[in-house]
Every structure is written in structure tokens, then in C-alpha cells.
Design a protein around this ligand. Structure first.
Ligand SMILES: Nc1ncnc2c1ncn2[C@@H]1O[C@H](COP(=O)(O)OP(=O)(O)OP(=O)(O)O)[C@@H](O)[C@H]1O
Ligand SMILES: [Mg+2]
Length: 510
């Protein structure tokens, strides 16, 4: 496995086993060299995060040998792992909302003197750390619950980069990031590489893996399928190894004829992020919304849906004269508007509940309340149908959602709204953390929704995804719609340029 490397490995894993009720990792072996970026890929539930959690002391293994710089390594806690130089950015966001950004960055190592935290020093260090990930504008004393998912992700990355480490594990660090932030992260990775740090990089984005990694290890159902040099293998070969077969040809995007206006948004304002947003959404179309992190994409959807208060502007259904009165999400749902939010942990899932309950939350009322047994059977049917279609990896429908892998949790959130009868659907990063095979299924489901006459709007950080799927793309910048593109007009460059435009104007004015 290491014929291209002569030195001693930084990390060596052999015969690793881990089971919960079922085996999750079986006889897994893995090797990391100093200054290597070793990508770990595999479908949702393959065992990637479990492996990472074992390495950073969050989960014990059942069997297997791990050597760090040639010495036996078995961390009993995250702190022990960090002490040994193994640091991780977790897949699930773990920012603590009640603490400030600075406190989150230095959570386990606050600068103290005589038992007191030295806040001046803390904020100063935090500012340095934030600059590294491009958040120079962010005040380190901001409470972390004011941040969007993308910014929270960057704060976590900043925290990991602020530790002196020998092994850095990044578990889907870019799932909520847009291209400029990803570029900056890659810059940081190269810097660490030059210092001899070994990096384990977990991602579902194939183009990224190709760009950043030296070697790629493919996991399927908890077993290592193969390890390759990234330059010596094609994407489709990797996908075949991950999924076990070829993916069906993807249908081309666009082409549906948009129908009547479903939703008119006029001068929507929801400070501090949304200043003046106007657009129309039509039945039968998928409208994409692009933009940088913090440009107001998520906040616009949330304000329309009633999840955040509006400061100004109006939302009309079709060509109605009177604007909708939406004070909270339940109102929106009553008008036939559904939304899959960005932050599944906070907004979308009842983590303590079973998959069955979560999958049917949005349709409970349809399932004949009062008829106890009938309700349960209908629930189970709905849940089973979409678990099958999206290939949700679970022990049973009764399993708690908190036990599912990140991607499988996301599938449960989506499935719930697919089952509900809404004419207008707002999706915020619908495929975040979802593996390549299931992504294609979700694209198909979104297309089916549009062709069946529903109006679909989606925010995504992956431009390739928007360009492959949408009938129209709006680009937000600094709280406003900066551009609108139709198929054939758009390109990655044009969209990125528009995404920056609002900020450039502002700089030129001041
Ligand atoms: N605490 C737990 N109890 C029971 N099963 C668990 C627990 N944690 C994880 N699992 C199971 O272990 C399997 C592997 O999960 P893991 O999170 O490692 O997958 P993953 O490869 O990271 O997937 P994803 O791409 O979706 O993040 C999943 O089937 C998951 O349901
Ligand atoms: Mg995972």
C-alpha cells in the first residue's frame, strides 16, 4: 500500500473493528504519511465518521491496532487525542450557541491566568484564527448562535487550525462552503502539508478529492475496497468502487416549461443579511439561488417561510392582490409552502425520535388522526417507501435518528417533505452530506416535483449542482439579487463574479 512512500508512516491502522448492533467497520486498515492528504470516501453510512471518531477519542474500537508515529495509540477522550496531536473537525456542527465565537474556537484550551480566562488575549488569538479562514470581519465576541451553518463550519475549522497538530481529520469540511471559502481552506491544507502534517480528508465531492488528495481510500459497508493514488484513478472508477455498480446516466437538466407564478417576493428585507430581495417563482420550475456564505440566501428563504421575522417587503401567492400573512412556519405550511432547512440538527429533526416519526412529521395530519393503528401503518408505509428509494441505511425504522450517519439524517429530512402535499417547496442545501448515488436520486425527485407542477426553489453552495438541475439561477450578493441567469447563459465564472459584485460595489463606495 505504501510503495510510493519510503519513510515511516505517521499513522498506521490494521484490522480495525467496530460494531454497534451491526458491524460498522470490519478489518479496516489505513495508512497516513507525513505531509499526505489521504481522502476517505464511501456512501452514506459506510463508516467514515465512525473511523474518524475512533481516531480522535470520541468512540472506542472493539478490536484492531493503531500506531501513531510507531507507538500504540488508543485515545480515551478528545483531549487525549489532541494532546497526542490528532485534531478533528467534526461532520456535525458542534458550535455551542450560547458561547462567543472566540470561546468556541478555544473551547478546550482557554488562555487562563490564576483560574481566570484572559478575554483580551482570547479575542486577540481568535481574531488571528478567524483571519486564516477568511472571517476577518467577524467579531470574536459574537454569540455563535447568530452564525449560519457555513460560518459555524468555518469557526470549527478555525478552531482546529489553531491547534498544533500532526494529524488533522476533516470530516466533510466543505459541505456548507462555497468556492472561495474552499479555496482558502485548501490554502491552509497546503500550508500544513508543507509543515509535515498528515491530513485525512472525508468528502462526497469528487472534484475536491481529485484536487487536494494524494491517495484515496474507498470504504464500502465498513470494509476497505481499495487505496489508490488520486492521479491514477478516474471518478467513475471511484464511484463504482463506492457504490458497487455503475450509476445510471443522469438525465439532463432544465427544459421544463414553467407555468404560472407561484410566489412573488417584493422588496423583502430581514436585516442584517437581507436588504432588498424581489423575485418570482413559477410552478413547474426549479429556481436555484447561488451566492457566498452570508449573502442572505438562507435568510431570505427563512423570512419567506416565517422562520425569521421580516422587517419589510411582501410575499404574494400567485397573482393575488393581497400579500400573505406569514408570522410563523405553520402559517406558511397552511398556504402550501414547505421548507427543508439548512441546519437539520437545530430546525429539522427530533433527534431523540425514531426515523418513522421524523419521516412522517410533515404528513401526520393526513394520516387519519384518531385511528391509532391505521395511523401507525400508514406512517410506516410512508417511511418505508422513501427509506427504500433514498437507500437510508438503518437497522430499522424504529431506530433513533441520532444514531444515523450524517447523510442518512439528511435523507430523512428530505423524505419528510417529499411526502407532504405542498405546492411550493423551498430547499436549503438539500444534498449537504449526501453521497453521490443518493444525490442523483434526490435530483430526480426534485425534477419529478417540478414536472408534476410544483414550484421548487433551492439554495446550494455547489454551483455544478445548480447548473445541472435548475431552470433558472438567481445570484445573491450582500443581501440583494445581483443577477439572474437562464440555462445557456450561465457559467461558473459568471455566477462567481455576480456573487462578489455586491461587496465590490460597497468597497468602491467607501
Ligand atoms: N451510536 C450509534 N448507534 C448505533 N449505530 C450507529 C451509531 N453511530 C453510528 N451508527 C451506525 O454506523 C454506521 C456508519 O455510520 P458513519 O456515521 O460512520 O457513516 P459515514 O460513512 O460517516 O456516513 P455519511 O456519509 O452519511 O456521513 C451507520 O449505519 C450508522 O447508523
Ligand atoms: Mg459521516
Amino acid at each position: 500500500m505504501s510503495e510510493h512512500y519510503s519513510g515511516a508512516p505517521l499513522l498506521q491502522v490494521e484490522g480495525l473493528h467496530k460494531s454497534y448492533n451491526v458491524p460498522v467497520l470490519t478489518d479496516f486498515s489505513f495508512e497516513l504519511q507525513p505531509a499526505e492528504v489521504h481522502a476517505l470516501i464511501g456512501g452514506n453510512g459506510a463508516g467514515k465518521s465512525t473511523f474518524a471518531r475512533i481516531l480522535c477519542g470520541l468512540t472506542p474500537r472493539n478490536a484492531g491496532k493503531i500506531l501513531l508515529k510507531g507507538k500504540p495509540y488508543a485515545p480515551a477522550s478528545k483531549r487525549q487525542a489532541e494532546h497526542a496531536g490528532v485534531v478533528m473537525v467534526l461532520q456535525e456542527l458542534n458550535v455551542i450557541g450560547a458561547l462567543t465565537v472566540a470561546e468556541n474556537i478555544f473551547l478546550s484550551r482557554l488562555p487562563r491566568r490564576a483560574g481566570f480566562v484572559r478575554f483580551r488575549e482570547l479575542n486577540c488569538l481568535a481574531r488571528e484564527a478567524l483571519k486564516r479562514v477568511g472571517l476577518s470581519d467577524l467579531d470574536p465576541t459574537t454569540p455563535a448562535d447568530r452564525l449560519g451553518v457555513g460560518q459555524q463550519q468555518l469557526v470549527e475549522i478555525a478552531g482546529a487550525l489553531a491547534v498544533n497538530c500532526r494529524v488533522l481529520i476533516l470530516d466533510e469540511p466543505t459541505a456548507a462552503l462555497t468556492d472561495p471559502e474552499i479555496e482558502r481552506l485548501f490554502g491552509n491544507i497546503h500550508r500544513l502539508q508543507a509543515e509535515g502534517v498528515g491530513i485525512i480528508y472525508i468528502s462526497h465531492r469528487m472534484d475536491e478529492i481529485r484536487q487536494i488528495s494524494t491517495r484515496v481510500t474507498v470504504l464500502r459497508d465498513g470494509r476497505r475496497v481499495a487505496t489508490h493514488h488520486a492521479a491514477e484513478i478516474t471518478n467513475s472508477e471511484l464511484v463504482r468502487e463506492m457504490v458497487g455498480h455503475d450509476l445510471p446516466e443522469r438525465k439532463s437538466a432544465g427544459g421544463s416549461l414553467p407555468g404560472d407564478v407561484a410566489l412573488r417576493v417584493r422588496h423583502l428585507a430581514a436585516p442584517p443579511r437581507v436588504h432588498d430581495v424581489s423575485f418570482e417563482l413559477r410552478y413547474g420550475e426549479i429556481l436555484g439561488i447561488a451566492g457566498l456564505i452570508g449573502s442572505g440566501r438562507t435568510e431570505s428563504l427563512r423570512a419567506i417561510f416565517g422562520a425569521d421575522p421580516k422587517k419589510g417587503g411582501e410575499v404574494f401567492l400567485g397573482d393575488a392582490k393581497e400579500p400573505l400573512v406569514i408570522g410563523r412556519p405553520a402559517d406558511a405550511v397552511r398556504f402550501g409552502i414547505g421548507m427543508v432547512p439548512e441546519d437539520r440538527k437545530q430546525d429539522a429533526l427530533l433527534l431523540a425520535q425514531s426515523i418513522k416519526v421524523n419521516a412522517t412529521l410533515a404528513t401526520l395530519r393526513r394520516h387519519a388522526p384518531g385511528l391509532g393503528w391505521l395511523q401507525t401503518r400508514a406512517e410506516a408505509q410512508t417511511a418505508r417507501a422513501f427509506c427504500q428509494r433514498l437507500d437510508v441505511r438503518c437497522a430499522s425504522l424504529e431506530q433513533g435518528v441520532a444514531e444515523l450517519s450524517g447523510g442518512n439524517q439528511q435523507k430523512v429530512v428530505i423524505g419528510r417533505w417529499l411526502a407532504r402535499d405542498c405546492r411550493i417547496l423551498l430547499f436549503d442545501e438539500p444534498t449537504r452530506g449526501i453521497d453521490v448515488a443518493a444525490k442523483d436520486v434526490i435530483y430526480e425527485l426534485l425534477r419529478d416535483l417540478a414536472s408534476s407542477g410544483k414550484a421548487v426553489a433551492m439554495v446550494s453552495s455547489e454551483l455544478t449542482e445548480l447548473m445541472a438541475l435548475c431552470d433558472r439561477i438567481l445570484v445573491m450578493s450582500a443581501g440583494r439579487i445581483a443577477a439572474e441567469f437562464l440555462p445557456g447563459q450561465w457559467s461558473q465564472e459568471k455566477i462567481t463574479e455576480a456573487a462578489f459584485s455586491g461587496y465590490l460595489d460597497r468597497q468602491q463606495r467607501t
